[in-house]
Each structure stands twice: as structure tokens, then as C-alpha cells.
Design a protein around this ligand. Structure first.
Ligand code: NAD
Length: 469
């Protein structure tokens, strides 16, 4: 049954002539044939993915420039190299990760063999967001391939140039029997979500996460939700204003503020704020010049809808500096807001744009209470020259991840799990955590066909001897 696409985006569907059911069936047949199981096969597909990244650098840069005016350096560090690092970690460790893991035994199983086998789930569906449109589908794919699964990738339709690039080029590198790229928006995805797959890995907003989770529940499909939220950043008195401003501004204004782990708002005392605001102004001038719109290093808002949404948030509090907007260019200047209240619109949703509100608190306790009366964020940041203060924030709050005296850097380490907590998501990935996410840990006990005498101890009729066991 050919898929009835009504959306213009569907013309990009690489499997145009196939229904989603056909694609799932094709991948499932390959999975059931055992094709993806050998280590050599997984390695070969990871190498192919690496070749895709190596051989298409210019096209990737071009697609990201068109989607987000992403600077080349940001493409390298947050997209291509980020995925290549994940691939290398997997290639170097897969042999160990895939090994059966022996476990301790008890007296009743002492003669048996007991181990955990890392089984692939089968056909997995990976749905990505538009802000890091390449790595958000390819990083989970590394885990899916490493664990021996087949995978359907659904990049975001909002980052349309990267979506087209992935759907046009990736199938030329990966085994088409086992991997597919499908395109489309909510309408197409809801058809896709009706099909039974064996695992869903979703990156996006909490609202859509709930829709995906409800669809997964229909088939009892396990899933990971990588969501977002408002990431707090506490800045203690005594912090060096310049270095704090440098670190904070880089993470907040990277990708024009469209980063899931960006600090969403700052909590600090009035005294600290008065040092931080001029330091941020100086930092931003150093980073992007007097007019950031002319800087090649500052990105753009993804589309008109998000431009309008972010622009409207500039009405909260007072603009300390920035605030310039150019709708035709989807440009919003790096902006710092002060005198912002907890009840202001900018504090009611994830900003996901180049705006940094600074809210003042009287004390560390007040900051912690503020953080704890909001949803658990994806990332939480605390800056202080006093390590005890950082530890106090870490100890008394909850979040997906945490970084002391910087932002984002915790997620660059593949030895750390990356994922949310509560409203910011469930599950984790990166490095070995990706392999584990896409593996079912199958508990296995193998015993001898003989030695039946030993088993008679547990069979009825039960006697006093049974009770004394
Ligand atoms: P989104 O939820 O709108 O879209 C994400 C994906 O879901 C897209 O592929 C989209 O096509 C699909 N989708 C949209 N509507 C759908 C529906 N009704 N049913 C099924 N699927 C649907 O999110 P977005 O705007 O692309 O991304 C922004 C959000 O993602 C932010 O909240 C951000 O914090 C979060 N995010 C999280 C991470 C992370 O790693 N935790 C990374 C990047 C972005």
C-alpha cells in the first residue's frame, strides 16, 4: 500500500514507493535473518557512517549553514566530530561490550553457566530534533548499530536541508536492508508511530515526548525520551566576572541559543549581577563584535515561527543590552534581560533562543529553593570559587546532568551518561550508555542435560528434607 503523503516534505521520502509498514517489514526480515549480529557487520556499518561524515564535510556544512547559519567550527565540535568520537569509542570497545557477562552464582546453580547476553532489540526508531539536526539522529544510531539493531531514522522536518542531506546521502553508505531514513512532519510520524517497532529513541520537546510515549504504550514499546526544559545557572558571589561571562556566554549563545543544555536563566545576587552584566557585554563584543548580525560566528533562529516566539519573550523584564531583531534575517541579537520576575513569560517556557534572563536572589538557599520548585532540568550549572558551594547545589538539587564552573562540558565526555530526569526525559546515552540503551540485557542460565539427581531435591512430593534446604 503506497503511503498517501499530503505534506510537500514527503517528496523527500527516500522510500517513496514503500509504506512505513513495508520499511518496518523489510528491516525486521533482515534483523530476523541475523545479519546485524556479527561484530564485523556492526563495525563495517560504523566505518561506513564515519565515511559518510568524512566524505560529505562540505555538504554537511552547507546544509547546516542554510538551516541555522551554523558556523563551521560549531558544526565540527557539536555535530560531525561529536559523532566521530562516539563512533571511535564504539569501534574501540565493541568487542568488550558485546561479550557475555558472567555473573555470581548460588549453591543451586553452582554447576551451571550464568551470564548476561547483550541482545539487540530489533528494529528501532530514532526521532531527532532540529537544533543539532545531524548528531541527534546519528549519535543514537551509533548505539543502535553497535548493539546490533536495525534502525529507522526520522530527522526533524524543520531543519529541512539537513533532513534532505541525510535522506539523500546516508542510504548510499549504510546497508539499505537494515537502515532507512524517513522524512515528514507530525502527520507522517503519527502513521509511523502506529507501526510496531522494538524500541523508540526520541529527542525533542516534552509535549511531543508525551505523544510519542502514548503511542509507544499501545505496543508496550520501550523508549528513551531526550527532552529539554529550563536549565538554571547559579552564580555565586566572588566569581571572576570575566571568566564566568566567557563560559556562560559561549554556552548560552552557541547555535543562537538553540541548545538543549544551554543555561536558560541565571540566579545570582544583585551585587554579582552588577558585575556580570558589564562583563557579559564585554565578552559578547569580544566574541561577535559590535554588531553580532555581521559576525560569521553567530547563528540564526531556525524559522519564522520560532523567531516570533523568541522575539515575544524580549518583553519580559528590562533589556540590559541586545534586543535587536531582524525578521527577514531571522536574527535576534544576543540579549541579557534583568529585573525579570519568576512569573514573567520568559520564565514560563524553555527560551531556546539567544536571551539570557538574570534573576536576583538573596542567598544560596533561596537559589536552591527556586530551582527545586521548578521541573527537573536537563542540565544544572553552579559557578563558585568555593567548591563547597558547588557541592551544595549538586547535593540539594536534581537534574539530568550537572557541570560546576562551566556549561555543557559535561556532555562532551562519552564516559558520562547523558539524559534527563523527570520532565527533561528518561533514559541516557553516549559512549557505553548508548550501547546499553539499545541492548536488552538477557539473563541466561545454561545447565547440563544430565545430573538429574541433583534436581530431585526440588520436586514433589515435598518432605522434611525439602524444608531443610
Ligand atoms: P519537537 O518535539 O517539536 O520535535 C522533535 C521531533 O518530533 C521532530 O522530528 C518532529 O518531526 C517530531 N514531531 C513533531 N510533532 C510530532 C507529533 N505530533 N507526533 C510525533 N512526532 C512529532 O522538538 P524540536 O522543536 O525539534 O526540538 C526542541 C526541543 O527538543 C527542545 O525542548 C529541546 O530542549 C529538546 N532537545 C533535547 C535534546 C536532548 O538531548 N535532551 C537535544 C536537542 C533538543
Amino acid at each position: 500500500r503506497p503511503l498517501n503523503h499530503s505534506s510537500p516534505r514527503s517528496s523527500l521520502h527516500p522510500d517513496r514507493m514503500s509504506s512505513f509498514q513495508d520499511i518496518v517489514d523489510r528491516l525486521r526480515t533482515s534483523f530476523n535473518s541475523g545479519k546485524t549480529r556479527p561484530l564485523e557487520y556492526r563495525m563495517s556499518q560504523l566505518q561506513a557512517l564515519k565515511r559518510f561524515l568524512d566524505e560529505n564535510k562540505a555538504a554537511i556544512n552547507e546544509a547546516m549553514a542554510q538551516d541555522l547559519r551554523k558556523p563551521e567550527f560549531e558544526v565540527i565540535i557539536s555535530e560531525t566530530s561529536f559523532v566521530t568520537t562516539e563512533i571511535n569509542v564504539a569501534l574501540n570497545n565493541l568487542k568488550t561490550w558485546t561479550k557475555d557477562e558472567p555473573v555470581a552464582k548460588n549453591w543451586a546453580t553452582t554447576l551451571d553457566t550464568a551470564f548476561i547476553r547483550k541482545d539487540p532489540f530489533g528494529v528501532v526508531l530514532i526521532i531527532g530534533a532540529w537544533n543539532y539536526p545531524l548528531q541527534l539522529v546519528l549519535n543514537p544510531l551509533v548505539g543502535a548499530i553497535g548493539a546490533g539493531n536495525c534502525a529507522i531514522l526520522k530527522p526533524s522536518e524543520i531543519s529541512r536541508c539537513t533532513e534532505k542531506l541525510l535522506s539523500d546521502l546516508l542510504p548510499r553508505y549504510l546497508d539499505k536492508d537494515c537502515f532507512a531514513v524517513v522524512c515528514g512532519g507530525p502527520q507522517e510520524i503519527s502513521q509511523l508511530l502506529d507501526k510496531k517497532v522494538d524500541y523508540i529513541f526520541f529527542t525533542g520537546s516534552a509535549n511531543v515526548g508525551k505523544i510519542v510515549m502514548a503511542a509507544a504504550a499501545k505496543h508496550l514499546t520501550p523508549l528513551t525520551l531526550e527532552l529539554g526544559g529550563k536549565n538554571p545557572c547559579f552564580i555565586d558571589n566572588g566569581c571572576n566576572p570575566t571568566s564566568t561571562a566567557n563560559r556562560l556566554a559561549w554556552v548560552r549563545f552557541l547555535n543562537a541559543g538553540q541548545t538543549c543544555v544551554a543555561p536558560d536563566y541565571v540566579l545570582c545576587t544583585r551585587e554579582m549581577r552588577d558585575q556580570l552584566v558589564p562583563a557579559l557585554k564585554a565578552t559578547l563584543e569580544k566574541f561577535y563584535g559590535k554588531d553580532p548580525q555581521q559576525s560569521a560566528d553567530f547563528g540564526r533562529i531556525i524559522n519564522e515561527r520560532h523567531f516570533q516566539r523568541v522575539q515575544a519573550l524580549l518583553g519580559s523584564g528590562t533589556i540590559a543590552f541586545g534586543g535587536q531583531c531582524d525578521a527577514k534575517d531571522k536574527y535576534i541579537a544576543p540579549t541579557v534581560l534583568v529585573d525579570v520576575k519568576e512569573s514573567d513569560p520568559v520564565m514560563q517556557e524553555e527560551i531556546f533562543g539567544p536571551i539570557l534572563p538574570i534573576l536576583t536572589v538573596e542567598s544560596l538557599d533561596e537559589a536552591i529553593a527556586f530551582i527545586n520548585r521548578h521541573e527537573r532540568p536537563l542540565a544544572l550549572y553552579a559557578f563558585s570559587p568555593n567548591s563547597k558551594v558547588v557541592e551544595t547545589v549538586l547535593e540539594r538539587t536534581r537534574s539530568g546532568g550537572f557541570c560546576g564552573n562551566d556549561g555543557l562540558m559535561h556532555m562532551t565526555l562519552p564516559t558520562l551518561p547523558f539524559g534527563g530526569n523527570g520532565q527533561s526525559g528518561m533514559g541516557m546515552y553516549h559512549g557505553k550508555f548508548s550501547f546499553d540503551t539499545f541492548s536488552h540485557q538477557r539473563g541466561v542460565l545454561l545447565r547440563s542435560h544430565g545430573m538429574e539427581k541433583l534436581n530431585t531435591l526440588r520436586y514433589p512430593p515435598y518432605t522434611k528434607q525439602n524444608l531443610s534446604l
